[in-house]
Design a protein around this ligand. Structure first.
Ligand SMILES: [Zn+2]
Length: 157
């Protein structure tokens, strides 16, 4: 019997973390490795089987964030570099721990900084870090029905 070549392509939801990926697949973009049911940074001696974009790199490619942080207020004018550094430090620290926590973009428009991220928890951690370091007002808005969070941090004084 011949194999049916018109088999439906496998449907794969890259954003669904609950769905099982295959052990040993690796991300050709960031070199993360899927092992023991999760994406992690490889160790020496790990084997890479076949390439497959991790969900974070898929989100970057599609520019489809799971979380956003909007930073605004007059305080930002005087402390911009400091604030951007703090945001980048949180991102670096969390990405070192998990390949799925990445920044999609960090842009500045009309005095507001917008940080788009591949992970909702990462967005929350950035908002909390800003609030802890500089007080100000922090507002958290979850989207109903989907896994998306937007945080607004604002300080004028
Ligand atoms: Zn990746």
């Amino acid at each position: 019997m011949r194999l049916d070549r018109t088999i439906q392509p496998k449907t794969y939801d890259p954003y669904n973390k609950g769905k099982k990926s295959t052990e040993g697949i690796y991300c050709p973009q960031c070199r993360a490795l899927y092992q023991h049911g999760r994406w992690k940074w490889p160790d020496k001696g790990d084997t890479f089987r076949e390439p497959h974009l991790c969900s974070a790199c898929r989100r970057i490619k599609d520019r489809f964030p799971a979380g956003e942080v909007l930073v605004s207020g007059k305080y930002l004018n005087r402390h911009r570099n400091e604030i951007v550094n703090l945001i980048q430090n949180v991102i670096t620290e969390e990405e070192n721990r998990s390949p799925l926590k990445k920044v999609i973009s960090l842009t500045s428009e009309n005095g507001t900084i917008r940080v788009s991220l591949t992970d909702d928890h990462l967005a929350r951690h950035i908002g909390e870090a800003l609030h802890k370091a500089y007080n100000g007002d922090l507002e958290v808005k979850y989207s109903e029905g989907e896994r998306f969070v937007r945080l607004y941090w604002h300080r004028d004084e």
